[in-house]
Design a protein around this ligand. Structure first.
Ligand code: GLU
Length: 412
């Protein structure tokens, strides 16, 4: 039975790279009907950040990456002691100024075949120093606890970021020293920013929790993260979790670093919004804006109006956070030229006898022509923003009286 784990250290809020690693572990486990385990590696007590552990679980829960087992290393402190003792007894480790170090054998080459790209990776032991396995504070180090736990938890595949490649030979040496078989390793190429530098917030790569706050949908985030380094072929781009589980295969993991492109995430999110039916979109919006009275009261309007607005909004919205600007208006600051255009528009709209999107559009076009101006000016006059929902349709819903009242406010 395949058993994989993520082993996050609670040293910060998980970034998109850690979360992608979690997703790949999950997909691999579920594709193979195996188990997905979460193990919090908190043996480096000095680096623990308050709230990080909770955030790890919150993210997994929100995304629906349901884990089968959960362990916290600090609760397992005593377990590691006997394994360290056994190495000391066999003289494979030694005490050194309050710490215990593993004795790295000389002149050896340590190698493994990595599941990413199926390539052999080797390290000479000469470049590896005798590393600490037990610290003076009584806690084991990452290397020791990681190996002991992967063994005790019957982990078959270690799937993690490639920043851990240089740790792998140390781990293999420990497996050997204990007389255990190493798991299979898969080191995922790290995600880079569009400028090929280390991914950071300035590339828009925030934690999944921050992206959630901006109105990204979990399905879109899962889909986007899956494509960071995995190419299921056939130009497949939009996939739900079940489909990803079905298709996931390590042979389709790229060996090159994936590039984080926030525009692609926006596009995927927009696709998901467009594909939602109105009642799911309405509940997603109501949930997203649950503390915003303006939106809450807007959502109480009759079903027909809401449906019309949602149909229009869907075509323009990439993130839920954009909904408010699409439907809520503000009074713009207009130049004197723009005020004249507003007056002109007011007159045209006033003379419309049959208020509908076609007559509205005709009047707008006339103003644009007479004033030799652009559509975004009309947008600004009517909505306070330069872009938004298609105006004729929205104004038809808003009604003639309210529209005129609003335009009147801008120049009086
Ligand atoms: N605790 C390590 C981390 O923070 C785990 C690396 C591994 O998966 O072995 O990512």
């Amino acid at each position: 039975m395949i058993r994989v784990r993520i082993a996050p250290s609670p040293t910060g809020i998980p970034h998109i790279g850690n979360t992608r690693t979690a997703l790949f572990n999950y997909l691999f486990a579920k594709h193979n009907k195996g188990k997905f385990i979460v193990r919090v590696e908190d043996t480096d007590q000095a680096r623990i950040v308050a709230g990080a552990k909770e955030a790890i679980f919150e993210i997994l829960e929100w995304l629906g990456l349901v884990w089968d087992e959960e362990y916290i290393q600090s609760e397992r402190k005593n377990i590691y002691k006997e394994y360290i003792e056994s190495l000391l007894k066999k003289s494979l480790a030694y005490k050194d100024e309050g710490a215990v170090r593993f004795k790295v054998p000389k002149d050896r080459e340590i190698s493994w075949t990595d599941m990413v790209g199926n390539k052999k990776i080797s390290f000479k032991t000469d470049i590896i120093e005798d590393f600490v396995i037990l610290k003076s504070d009584g806690f084991p180090t990452y290397h020791l606890a990681n190996v002991v736990d992967d063994f005790l938890m019957n982990i078959t595949h270690v799937i993690r970021g490639d920043e851990w490649i240089s740790s792998a030979p140390k781990h293999i040496l420990l497996y050997e020293a204990f007389g255990w078989k190493s798991p299979i390793f898969a080191h995922l190429p790290n995600i880079l920013g569009p400028d090929k530098t280390k991914l950071s917030k300035r590339h828009g790569a925030k934690s999944v929790l921050d992206l959630k706050k901006e109105g990204y949908l979990k399905k879109a985030l899962l889909n986007f993260m899956a494509l960071l380094g995995w190419n299921p072929g056939e130009d497949k781009e939009i996939m739900d979790l079940q489909e990803m589980i079905k298709l996931f295969d390590f042979k389709d993991i790229n060996t090159a670093s994936p590039i984080f492109d926030i525009k692609k995430l926006e596009w995927i999110n927009g696709e998901y919004i467009r594909r939602m039916d109105n009642s799911s979109l309405k509940s997603a919006l109501s949930n997203f804006y649950k503390e915003d009275m303006e939106i809450i009261s807007f959502m109480k309007r009759n079903r027909e109006t809401i449906d019309l607005i949602l149909d229009l909004a869907k075509t323009r919205m990439k993130k839920l956070i954009e909904f408010k600007n699409l439907i809520i208006y503000k009074i713009p600051q207009l130049s004197s030229d723009e005020k004249n255009i507003a007056k002109n528009l007011f007159e045209k709209f006033s003379s419309i006898a049959n208020w509908n999107k076609d007559t509205i559009l005709t009047s707008m076009k006339e103003v644009l022509q007479e004033r030799n101006t652009k559509g975004n000016v009309l947008y600004k006059i009517i909505t306070g923003y330069e872009t938004g929902l298609p105006l004729p349709e929205t104004l038809e819903i808003l009604g003639k009286e309210k529209t005129l009242k609003r335009i009147n406010e801008t120049f009086k």
